[in-house]
Design a protein around this ligand. Structure first.
Ligand code: COA
Length: 176
């Protein structure tokens, strides 16, 4: 299995992954997000990655930068979305995409990475709700327990609540 940066040429493969991995009522909005993030021109860069196995694209993940209003020097990111094609699941492809991306963020000086998802899955990688507690998501969360974060490079967490903002592709309350 290889991991590489995703490009707009991967759109069709990415659409296939999300429409097969997510239930029908969720797949449309998550697919739209995955595709829109390919066109985000951010500083620092948005990092879309794909996993390839046997010549096909079988997994996808994106890390995009997050702004922390009270601390512009903090290099924060959010992991969203993530999916692995169903017939390739449970082979650690999702884990490898997360680990590869986190290693990249560690290397470029990332400080904190947020995720909004199932704690039973993301907890395996060290994400937890306590770390995210003082970072207020940009929209009201339907599942507040899913809001988690992990610290990189010995970043010192905010002690009082601060607001965060995301790239345009994530600015849709239906995603939260
Ligand atoms: C979640 C997902 C990306 C994991 O990809 P994967 O390549 O199968 O993951 P890995 O092989 O690294 O890990 C598989 C393990 O995670 C577990 N797992 C998967 N989804 C989980 C969830 N929502 N909650 C808890 N555990 C989960 C599997 O049961 C498996 O457990 P095991 O190691 O004990 O067998 C994949 O299942 C997927 O695409 N799901 C649908 C889309 C989705 O839910 N995306 C994430 C949004 S939060």
């Amino acid at each position: 299995m290889d991991i590489r940066i995703a490009t707009k040429q991967d759109c069709d493969s990415i659409k296939k992954i999300y429409s097969s991995a997510f239930p029908k009522d969720e797949s449309e909005i998550v697919t739209k997000l995955a595709i829109a993030l390919l066109s985000e021109n951010t500083t620092p860069s948005t990092i879309p990655l794909i996993a390839e196995a046997n010549g096909s694209v079988v997994g996808h993940i994106t890390f995009s930068p997050v702004g922390i209003k009270s601390d512009e020097s903090c290099q924060a990111y959010i992991l969203a979305p993530l999916a692995v094609q169903p017939n390739y699941q449970k082979r650690r492809i999702g884990s490898k995409l997360i680990e590869y991306g986190m290693q990249q963020l560690l290397t470029i000086g990332g400080n904190i990475v947020f995720v909004y998802g199932d704690p039973k899955y993301y907890g395996r990688f060290g994400f937890n709700a306590e770390t995210a507690r003082n970072y207020t998501a940009p929209y009201k969360l339907q599942y507040p327990f899913g809001w988690q974060a992990i610290v990189l490079n010995e970043y010192i967490l905010e002690k009082v609540p601060v607001a965060i903002n995301c790239v345009a592709s994530l600015c849709d309350p239906k995603l939260w």
